[in-house]
Write a protein that binds this ligand. Sequence first.
Ligand code: SF4
Length: 216
Amino acid sequence: MSRETVADSLYARVRECDLCPLARTRTHAVPGEGPLTAEVMFIGEAPGMNEDRQGRPFVGQAGQLLNELLASAGLTREGVYICNVLKCRPPNNRDPLPGEIDACRDYLDEQIALIDPRLIVTLGRFSMARWFPGQSISRIHGKVREIDGRMVVPMYHPAAALHQQSLRETIIHDFEALPAILEHWRAERASAAAAEAFASATGTIGATSSQMRLFE
Ligand code: SF4
């Protein structure tokens, strides 16, 4: 089955989903969007009012800032995959509830498996908690960890920068580091591939990498 077919099926299930009470208050579910082969995946919290109206992620003011942040990192909106932990808007933009996150979790799992990104950027504490439970975003934002073969970088949600000017420079700084992180990853992969080719050609055994590392 092609990636497109899998994605179409996933998006259709999300749009018809009634696994949690948010199905009753949403206008449109917001499955996510972007190339299915994207290297970078951004995961926010939940749709807001504009996203709920349009059925697309990050289209309001926070989306405008996200577009600017992407540009500062040399990325384009069309080149990355964007989705949320929750696919439906919580009323009045309240925080997602644990039961809603649990109910929606399989969709995000499927998206990550389908896109298979090299780099996941979590935007806000609810997506951060999936990989870094119990951590404080003020302490670990912008720090890269390698988890299960991909890099994960927690960042503040762009909406936080809209409401708190002091966070704006922080989030800009974190985004500007993304090209170096990707370059580092590509160099490591190339080096690992070369070592594997050498080991294969000579019959030696290559070194294994750790499951979880921190790039400072
Ligand atoms: S938030 Fe997720 S689990 Fe709840 S109705 Fe929407 S798609 Fe289904």
